[in-house]
Write a protein that binds this ligand. Structure first.
Ligand code: NDP
Length: 319
């Protein structure tokens, strides 16, 4: 029978990806993404890449016969789709299988930010309930809020649906209005920020969304304003956000993503009105397994059946 295709794995990836890839392919893995260790003959054999995180032009250009890059995660801002598209290389991601988990996390982060439950638990664990009395009342509540979602896509819609029973007002901004929902549509991010008191970002990190949440948006959100980010840190002007939180231009922020992960600015950690998570929105065993399976199934689909399950729109699908 035919030789199995060779797949390169730059850097760390979910162990289930490696396990399953090994069943169907020859796998070359470079745990620290070091390309220098892969000789020219091996490079020429590589037809696929499975990657979690960064896959830039240097990686892509190292493989002359590359056909497909299977990226772990629904957001593929770490993969240089422009370089891939120019060479006719297809990129795939892992949409839908994580929608529920990420939407659940967004709701949890929203409530934790408003009601300060993580701080309350720390208070209990430190024995302060018994020694100092009740935990201070939370200054914010979800009750009666008006929520604006930046990006009403697959995950944004699941967040909106989950918000309905909370009896809040729900609106959204994206470049195009959806015809299948009754939520309030705002034609610009600025107009939405002016109208709502709670902004949830679940938009992709692209050149178009780069730092679109800036000082002007925080100003528009206002002093009662709460900002939740489960999208990408690159969509936020982080310095402007720190300033807005410090001088109370907005009230609070709950963040799962940051501009330069895993480096979280010390100012954000020092602030009392932030609720911070280490990019865990999809991070349950169950959901990460489903994402790992989709990474592998895209490669099996391509090399065994000539069919990709979830190609991204930026790269051409041929064959
Ligand atoms: P979708 O592609 O389904 O939805 C993206 C939404 O964003 C669409 O509504 C789109 O609408 C909107 N959008 C895109 N570009 C812009 C823009 N320039 N301005 C305004 N709106 C824009 O993606 P998913 O819902 O599946 O995922 C969204 C993102 O969430 C991912 O790309 C990823 O970065 C992030 N994410 C983060 C996770 C975490 O762990 N924290 C986990 C999973 C996802 P339109 O095109 O009409 O503008």
């Amino acid at each position: 029978s035919e030789n199995p295709a060779t797949i390169f794995v730059p850097g760390r990836i979910h162990p289930r990806v490696l396990e399953r890839l090994n069943d169907s392919f020859e796998v070359i893995s470079a745990p620290h993404a070091e390309l220098a260790s892969v000789d020219a003959e091996t490079r020429a054999r590589v037809r696929g890449i499975a990657v979690s995180g960064k896959c830039d032009a240097a990686v892509i250009d190292a493989f002359p016969n590359l056909e497909v890059i299977s990226s772990f995660g629904v957001g593929y801002d770490g993969t240089d789709t422009k370089t891939a598209a120019e060479r006719g290389i297809i990129v795939t991601n892992t949409p839908d299988v994580l929608n529920d988990e990420v939407a659940d996390t967004a709701i949890a982060l929203l409530l934790n930010t408003l009601r300060q439950f993580p701080k309350a638990e720390t208070y209990l664990r430190e024995g302060r309930w018994a020694s100092e009395g009740p935990f201070p009342l939370s200054p914010f509540s979800l009750k009666g809020r008006s929520i604006g979602i930046l990006g009403l896509g697959r995950i944004g819609l699941e967040i909106a649906k989950r918000l309905e029973p909370f009896k809040v007002t729900i609106g959204y901004y994206s470049r195009s209005q959806r015809s299948d929902v009754g939520y309030i549509y705002y034609p610009s991010l600025k107009e939405m920020a002016e109208a709502v008191d709670t902004l949830i970002c679940i938009a992709p990190g692209t050149p178009d969304t780069f730092k679109i949440i800036n000082a002007e948006i925080f100003e528009a959100l206002g002093p009662g304003g709460v900002f939740i980010n489960v999208g990408r840190g690159s969509s936020v002007d982080e310095e402007a956000m720190i300033t807005a939180l410090s001088d109370k231009t907005i009230a609070a922020a709950g963040l799962d993503v940051f501009f330069d992960e895993p480096n979280v600015p010390a100012e954000l950690i020092a602030l009392d009105n932030t609720c911070l998570l280490p990019h865990v929105a999809s991070a349950s065993v169950q959901t990460r397994n489903a994402m790992a399976d989709l990474v592998v199934d895209n490669l099996i689909g391509w090399f065994k059946d000539g069919r990709l399950l979830t190609p991204v729109p930026e790269t051409p699908v041929k064959g």
